[in-house]
Design a protein around this ligand. Structure first.
Ligand SMILES: Cc1cc2nc3c(=O)[nH]c(=O)nc-3n(C[C@H](O)[C@H](O)[C@H](O)COP(=O)(O)O)c2cc1C
Length: 351
């Protein structure tokens, strides 16, 4: 096998919320087909879109996926089978939307580590309204969340464990915990969102560690991935500061707690974080020997080779997989990719 065909075995689909699931949170036929097609087109592993771990306060999007009961689990079985039939693997991403939800569409009240509102900086990810970051489906501002009680923390950790167990039993190859982009799990790790003084303060890493230990206890050999980012939905320009977000300490704690794979979500994979002279990928690589997925604007074979040198094991593609059916072939044959058009996509998912 030559070097190029080896590298394409490490190409995977990044998690992307498509907002085309059924209202009960089960995947639609269209969503299932999307995942199976990605494997047929050469991506070796699928990470599903974020799936809410409860129906009370974890949902972030209208027509987003949910994964916490037998009906949800059963609905994924044919998709898992098809992915396996075509030689692929599939991980389910589990999430709690935290403070990044809007009650009008999800009927969920925003909750977070502390009662602190999300940032309001203009974003290059999302549509803007009045130069403010808004929820892309409602075009309204995010509201002030309620601080999560200790009892509720226990309940949410148990919900992640229950969803992990369901995922293992229905045949997913792995579970990914969404610890990125400012949703609930991420909010516990940064002082910007977590100003608690109890044991779940931002420096303790306790929320994420307990969550990982609980999920790992039911997963056995089924793999456990943890997605991490510096940037958030509400602040794509977040600057790295160890005092605010101690990434080395978090990675070490999660490595010990049982994470098998770290998934680095960056605006531009492998490029320096704002406020730092190293990338998230490099910082994570320095602090763990576990496998690493890198993601963010990966569009050429040259870039992939550079990321490989920086210590990445797998390369995840997001928007480019939506706009290029023959993505893997194009990357390998060094062809230019078709650019993803945000407005078109948001229009399709709003209507
Ligand atoms: C439409 C859309 C939906 C997304 N949904 C999720 C999600 O459910 N979970 C997640 O971790 N990241 C999500 N992301 C972020 C992507 O996984 C990825 O990190 C980002 O698009 C950057 O990679 P890219 O440049 O290859 O697109 C989403 C991105 C897009 C464009």
């Amino acid at each position: 096998m030559n070097k190029v065909s080896k590298i394409e075995k490490r190409f995977i689909l990044a998690p992307m919320t498509r907002c085309i699931s059924k209202i009960n949170g089960c995947p639609s036929k269209q969503l299932g087909k999307f995942y199976v097609d990605q494997v047929k087109n050469g991506l070796t592993t699928i990470i599903t879109e974020s799936c809410a771990v409860n129906g009370e306060d974890a949902r972030g999007y209208l027509n987003g996926s949910q994964f916490f009961n037998d009906q949800h689990a059963k609905s994924w079985a044919p998709i898992i089978n098809q992915v396996h039939k075509h030689g692929g693997k599939i991980f389910i991403q589990l999430f709690h939307s935290g403070r990044l939800t809007v009650k009008k569409i999800t009927n969920c009240n925003p909750i977070s580590a502390s009662a602190l509102e999300p940032s309001e900086v203009p974003s290059f990810w999302r549509p803007l309204f009045d130069q403010k970051i808004v929820h892309f489906q409602t075009m309204t501002k995010f509201e002030k969340p309620k601080k999560v009680s200790l009892g509720k923390i226990r309940k949410i950790i148990n919900q992640f464990r229950r969803s992990s167990e369901l995922a293992k039993n229905v045949g997913f190859d792995g579970v990914e915990i969404h610890g990125a982009h400012g949703y609930l799990v991420h909010s516990f790790s940064t002082f910007d969102a977590n100003q608690r003084k109890d044991i779940y303060n931002s420096k303790s890493n306790l929320f994420s560690s307990e969550l990982i230990e609980e999920c790992k206890s039911v997963l056995g050999k089924t793999l456990l991935s943890y997605r991490i980012s510096l940037h958030t939905v509400d602040n794509p320009y977040a600057k790295y500061s160890k005092d605010i977000y101690n990434i080395p300490s978090l990675i070490k704690a999660l490595d010990k707690a049982g994470v098998d794979i770290f998934h680095c979500s960056e605006v531009k994979a492998g490029e320096n974080m704002f406020g730092s002279n190293e990338s998230l990928l490099e910082l994570v690589r320095k602090n763990t020997k576990k496998k690493i997925i890198t993601c963010g604007g990966i569009d050429t074979l040259e870039k992939i080779k550079r990321l490989d040198k920086k210590g990445a094991d797998y390369f995840a593609f997001g928007r480019s997989a939506l706009s290029n059916r023959d993505l893997v072939k194009k990357i390998i044959s060094k062809k230019r990719l078709i650019k993803f058009e945000y407005e078109k996509h948001f229009y399709e998912t709003r209507n």
